[in-house]
Design a protein around this ligand. Sequence first.
Ligand code: A2P
Length: 347
Amino acid sequence: MKTRKTTAPQKMKKKSAYTVAVVGATGAVGTEMLSILEERTFPVEEVRPLASSRSAGGEVSFRGDDVTVKLLTRDSFRGVDIALFSAGAGVSKEYAPVAVEAGAVVIDNSSAWRMDPQVPLVVPEVNPYDLEKHQGIVANPNCSTIQMVVVLKPIHDHAGITRVVVSTYQSVSGTGKEAMDELAEQCRQLLGFGDVTSKVYPHQIAFNCLPHIDDFVSSGYTREEMKMVNETRKILGDPSIGISATTVRVPVFVGHAESINVETKNKLSVAETRAMLSTAPGVQLYDDPSRELYPLQVHAVGTDAVFVGRIREDESIPKGLNLWVVADNLRKGAALNAVQIAEELVK
Ligand code: A2P
C-alpha cells in the first residue's frame, strides 16, 4: 500500500470563495459533484472540470454556464484550493500528491488513500473530528461503507457493536457510466429476444445478480467486501468490531441497499433503536410494515438521507438487530459526502 510521508496538519486558508477542481468531472460521480456544489451553494469562485483526452474540450454545466472540460495534467492545480477526485485509484495515486504540492486540499473518492494511516477517512456525520489531522489528502469512503456507518455509529455509541454481518445490493452506477450503459443495452437486447453482450461485467447484469464487486483476493473475499470491513473499523475507530460482508451487484441503475445484522454488547429493543435512529444525523427512519413502508432504491435516488427500515430484533441471538439500509450511492455514497467534507474544511 502506498503511504504518504508524515507532515504537519495542513489548514485550509479561509476565503470568501474557493477555486474547486473536479477530476473526473464527466463521470457518474463527477457530474453529481458539480450539481451538488451548485445545489448546496458551496462558495465556488472558479470551478475547474478535469478529465482525460476522451472528453477534454467538451463542456459541463455549472450554475447555468457551460464550462470547458480541461485535460488533466500536472499543471492543472495551479491556484486550486480544493480538488475533488473521482477518476479512479490510478489517477488519484498519481495526481493527488501533485495537487497537494500545488497547495490544494484533495478530497479523494477512490480507494487509493483510504487505508493510509496518515489520511483521514471521513463521513461528516460520523467522524468529522478526524479531519483535523489531514495533511493535504482526505479520503471519501467506499459508497457501501458510508451508508452503513451513518446507521452503525449511533448504535455503536449506545450499545457497543461487537459484530456486523452485511449483504449488499449495489447498483451499476457504482461502477460508472459505462456500466449504466451496459445495463440499459442488455435490457434492450433481452427484451428484443437478442443475444447479450457483456464488456464491463464478466457476466450478464440485466435481470441478474453478480456476487462479485471488484477483484477477488486470496481468501475468496472481494476487495469491495474487504473495503467494508477495513474502512468501517477505521471510521468507527474500533478495530475490534467483527465484520463479515458479501457484496452483490444488482440490475438497478442508482441506489444501494444493504441487509445489515448487528450484534451488540447491550440489548437494544426495536422501539429504542427506532427512537435513536429517528434523531441520528443523516438518517431517515422509514419503517412502518403495517403500511408497507420500507426504504427502496427508487425512492432514495436524488435524495441526501440514508434511509433505514425493516428494523427487527434478531431472535436467534440475545442482543442483535436486523436492518435494511438504502441510499443514493452517487450522492451520499460519493459526491455529497465529498462536498460535505469540503464544507467541514471551510467551516
Ligand atoms: P473521460 O470522460 O475523459 O473518460 P465513470 O466513473 O463514470 O466511468 O467516470 C470516470 C471519470 O474519470 C470520467 O470523467 C473520466 O473522464 C475520468 N477519467 C478516467 N481516466 C482518466 C484519466 N486518466 N485522466 C483524467 N480523467 C480520467
